[in-house]
Design a protein. Structure first.
Length: 368
C-alpha cells in the first residue's frame, strides 16, 4: 500500500518557501495578473553576452558530453586567476571542483566535514535552505543568533557558546542573504582563530559595495569556499557553481561528486570560461546598478519612516522588522492567497501585483 508514511523519514525537511511563493505567483500570472517577483535573490539582468555567444559556438560543435569530474581545466584555471586578482588568494586548479550550481556543493561541503550525528553551526537568520541541507547531510544545525542591535554582525562570543565536542564546521555567508550585511574583518579573524573548519558561501562576494570583495580563504586555509555564476553574473538558470577546498579534502569531495553528478554540463562550463575572460565591464555595470538601487531603497525607506536600524552594504537584500511581530502572516496568506494580490512571508519572501505599488504597468524601482 502506498502512503506518505513511506517518506516520513523526510518530514524534518521543510519546503523551500520561496519556491512555494513563486508557484502561487505564477498561478496568478497565468490568470493575467502583472506580478513583480521578489521571491528569489535573482538579478533581473540578462546573462553576459559572452555566455550566450559561447553556447552558440559550443552547439555548433556539439560540446555536450561528460567532462573531468572536477571541471574543465581551462575553467578551473580562470577561477584560480579570479581568486588571485579579485580576493588576493592563491589557490591551485586542483583545489577547484565545478558543478551544476552551488546548492549541491553546499551539501558536499557539509558531507566531507561533518559525519552523521555531528553539528554544524549556522547563523540565525541565514539562507532558508541551510538548515535543510545540513539535516539532509545527517548533521544537526546549531543556530547562533544575529542581533539587530549589533547590525547583524556575528558576535563571536555567542558563537563560542554554541561550540560543542560534536561541532565539525561553521557555515557563514558574507555578504549575507537575507540581511545584506558584510561581516567585518574583525569578525572574520575571530572566526578563523577558533580553528574550526569553515564553509564560506561566497556567492555574493563580488557584490560588496563599501568594502573590497573578500574570501574567507584570506583568513584561514581550513575553508571550503563556495562560489558561482548566479548572482554577480546574472546566470541563475545556467546552474554553474564551484567549490574550493584544501587539497587534502578534494579527493573525498570529488568522489561524492562523481557519484552524484558525474560532471557539470560541458557547454555551460565553456560559457563560464568566456564570462570570466570577457565580462568584467558588463558585471561591473550590473554592480553599479545594484548599488544605485540599494541606496534608493535605503533613502526611500528613511523617507517613509521605515529606518532599518542597520546598513546593508552587500548583495541585494534588506531585512525589515514588521511592526506587529506577533502576527504570523504566512499562515494567513496561505489560506487566502487566491483572493490576495500580496504574497508575503515573515522571512521576507515577497511577490506582489504591480498595481499595488504603482497603479499601472510601469517599471517598479523597488524590483531587484
Amino acid at each position: 500500500m502506498i502512503s506518505t508514511s513511506q517518506t516520513s523519514h523526510l518530514d524534518s525537511i521543510d519546503s523551500f518557501l520561496a519556491m512555494e511563493i513563486f508557484a502561487k505567483a505564477q498561478a496568478l500570472e497565468a490568470q493575467g495578473r502583472d506580478i513583480i517577483h521578489l521571491e528569489f535573490g535573482e538579478p533581473d539582468f540578462t546573462a553576459p553576452p559572452a555566455a550566450t555567444e559561447s553556447v552558440k559556438k559550443s552547439m555548433k560543435i556539439n560540446d555536450a558530453g561528460y567532462t573531468f569530474s572536477q571541471g574543465l581545466e581551462e575553467l578551473r584555471n580562470e577561477i584560480v586567476k579570479k581568486y588571485a586578482n579579485d580576493y588576493g588568494v592563491k589557490i591551485l586548479p586542483e583545489q577547484v571542483l565545478v558543478s551544476n550550481g552551488s546548492s549541491l556543493l553546499l551539501y558536499l561541503a557539509i558531507r566531507i566535514l561533518a559525519p552523521p550525528g555531528s553539528q554544524v553551526i549556522l547563523t540565525d537568520p541565514c539562507y532558508a535552505c541551510y538548515e535543510n541541507v545540513v539535516r539532509l547531510a545527517g548533521s544537526e544545525p546549531v543556530m547562533v543568533k544575529l542581533r539587530h542591535e549589533d547590525g547583524f554582525q556575528l558576535n563571536v562570543d555567542d558563537l563560542k557558546k554554541r561550540v560543542t565536542p560534536k561541532t565539525r564546521a561553521i557555515l557563514i555567508n558574507s555578504p549575507m542573504n537575507p540581511t545584506g550585511v558584510v561581516f567585518s574583518s574583525e569578525v572574520m579573524k575571530a572566526i578563523a582563530e577558533l580553528d574550526i573548519p569553515v564553509i564560506s558561501d561566497e556567492i555574493y562576494a563580488d557584490l560588496s559595495f563599501e568594502d573590497p570583495p573578500c574570501s574567507f580563504l584570506s583568513y584561514s586555509p581550513q575553508t571550503v569556499a563556495i562560489h558561482g555564476f548566479s548572482k554577480s553574473y546574472a546566470m541563475t538558470g545556467w546552474r554553474l557553481g564551484y567549490m574550493i577546498t584544501p587539497l587534502e579534502w578534494m579527493s573525498a569531495a570529488d568522489r561524492l561528486h562523481q557519484n552524484l553528478m558525474i560532471s557539470a554540463t560541458e557547454f555551460v562550463q565553456e560559457a563560464g570560461i568566456s564570462v570570466l575572460r570577457k565580462s568584467v565591464a558588463y558585471c561591473e555595470s550590473m554592480k553599479t546598478e545594484f548599488n544605485r538601487r540599494r541606496l534608493f531603497v535605503l533613502d526611500r525607506m528613511h523617507e517613509l519612516g521605515m529606518d532599518l536600524g542597520y546598513t546593508p552594504t552587500g548583495a541585494f537584500y534588506v531585512l525589515y522588522k514588521y511592526r506587529d511581530s506577533e502576527k504570523f502572516l504566512w499562515i494567513f496568506v496561505m489560506k487566502c492567497w487566491k483572493k490576495l494580490v500580496l504574497l508575503l512571508h515573515p522571512d521576507g519572501i515577497l511577490a506582489l501585483e504591480r498595481k499595488v505599488l504603482s497603479g499601472s504597468a510601469t517599471p517598479n524601482p523597488w524590483k531587484t
